[in-house]
Design a protein around this ligand. Sequence first.
Ligand code: SF4
Length: 95
Amino acid sequence: MEDHDGQRLPNNAAGKYFTTEECDGCAYCAAVAPENFDFDKPTNTYFIGKQPETPEEEEMVIEAMDDCPVDAIRREGDVMREILVEDGDNGRPKE
Ligand code: SF4
């Protein structure tokens, strides 16, 4: 199975959303959800500085997650879904 487990960056605020070491610092997420993403200059990475607290903030974080160019934004509990989607079988048994 493909390794899809980039390490969670240590700066992320505790909670279900987080960024991983795959982040390349493109800053897209901070443009979409500036309330929730912060920049760590020494490592040139962005991290969840504050978990989303309102439906609007969560929507923006999800938008950033969906569009992150290197898939470095994750939500706890989504790992299996991502693997299934990558494999293209949507969880259905193979024929
Ligand atoms: S959009 Fe993705 S790659 Fe770009 S800064 Fe945010 S987490 Fe990093």
